[in-house]
Structures are given as C-alpha cells and as structure tokens.
Write a protein that binds this ligand. Sequence first.
Ligand SMILES: C[S@@+](CC[C@H](N)C(=O)[O-])C[C@H]1O[C@@H](n2cnc3c(N)ncnc32)[C@H](O)[C@@H]1O
Length: 203
Amino acid sequence: MLMNKIETLTINNPVRSLVQHFVEARLLRKKGGYLNGGTALEIGCGRGEGARIILDRFGAERVVGIDLDPAQVERAQRRLPKKYQKRVEFQTGDAAKLRFTDQTFDAVFDFGILHHVPEWRPALREVHRVLKPGGRFYFDEVLRGFLETRAARSLFVHPQEGHFSAAEFEHACRAAGFEMSGRVTTIGTWFAIGVAIRPSDGI
Ligand SMILES: C[S@@+](CC[C@H](N)C(=O)[O-])C[C@H]1O[C@@H](n2cnc3c(N)ncnc32)[C@H](O)[C@@H]1O
C-alpha cells in the first residue's frame, strides 16, 4: 500500500535519514554483522537512503532496491550520487511478488515496509525464497502498538492486515523457514529490530 501525503513527507526527509543511519543501521549491524561483499536486496527502498547504508555501513558490493511506488523509485534514482551508480539498481516491484529467481541474494533489508504490505506473510516467504542459504534478513518494523495509536490512525494510512506484534512477526519469520539470530529488540510495543537467517540446510 502506498504512503499518504503526510507519511511521504515524514519519510522523505533528512531527520528520517539520520535515524536510519545512526539508530537503525547501528542496531542492525550489531545484530547481523557485516556482509563483506555480496549482493543485497532492499524491499521498499523509498528515496534510496537504505541502499547507501547497505553499501557503506554493511559492506555489500551491490544493492538492488525495489519499491511499489514508481515516484519513490524515481526519487531514489535521482538522489543517488554518481559514485554509487554502478553498484545500485532501483526498480519498481512488489515485496509480496519478488521478480527474482530463488537464492539470488546474500542479504535482504526491510527498513520499515512490511507493515504497508497486506500480504506480509507471503512477502516473508518471498524474502526467504530469494535469499541464499545462510543469507540474512535484516528487519526494522513498525508494530501494531504504534499503528493503532490515535495519532498514527489519524495521520497515516496502513492496511489493517499489516498490523502485527513483535511476537507475531517473529513467529511468521519462523513459519517462513527462518531462524532468528539472537533476540528481536523492541522499542515498547511500537518498533521491532532484528535479524533472521535462512538456514544453510533449509533449501
Ligand atoms: C515507510 S516507507 C519506508 C521507506 C524506506 N525504507 C525508509 O526507511 O525510509 C515504506 C515504503 O514501502 C513502499 N511499499 C509499500 N508497499 C510495498 C510493497 N508491497 N512492495 C514494495 N514496496 C512497498 C512504499 O512505497 C514506501 O516507499
């Protein structure tokens, strides 16, 4: 589901980028470690800040970023500095129906998008499918506790089916075939940050 105007303004701004760089990336790296090369997929790439983080702070060699919204893809392409252009590709695409063959990626990143996807459980299965065995799924998600606050309900539009708790999200990751790498960190009932791994023998 696409963002409304208010969320688009909230997400496409420098404050969001600072949080992504200095809070989310730090926590995710602490949990999941560096990639040391390889190709990563970012689902819901937004305006493209995540792709730079994945290259610079996680050490991926290449990033493919997809977003359902062609305007976000266009924004990401326009904002991408020249020095990254050979290593990053942005495409329009749906996280619930990934157009990639099985076992393509070394890592998949989700910076706050699956709460926009009514079919978030099938999307988790898709993430598992496109990861190589041993590949890591770095996620940073917005939970039901936040989405059901009066402020969030009046300012933003999210699919009711995309509301989940940290426990439900973790359970769905396991049901999709993942093993959790350590504990999921939660910030109250609002946010969950964690890393799940596609087991090497879970083909
Ligand atoms: C809250 S924004 C997060 C953007 C970016 N990851 C960030 O952290 O700044 C959610 C993004 O997911 C995209 N999106 C929504 N549903 C999607 C889907 N089914 N597949 C891919 N992207 C989707 C939206 O267009 C939007 O750019």
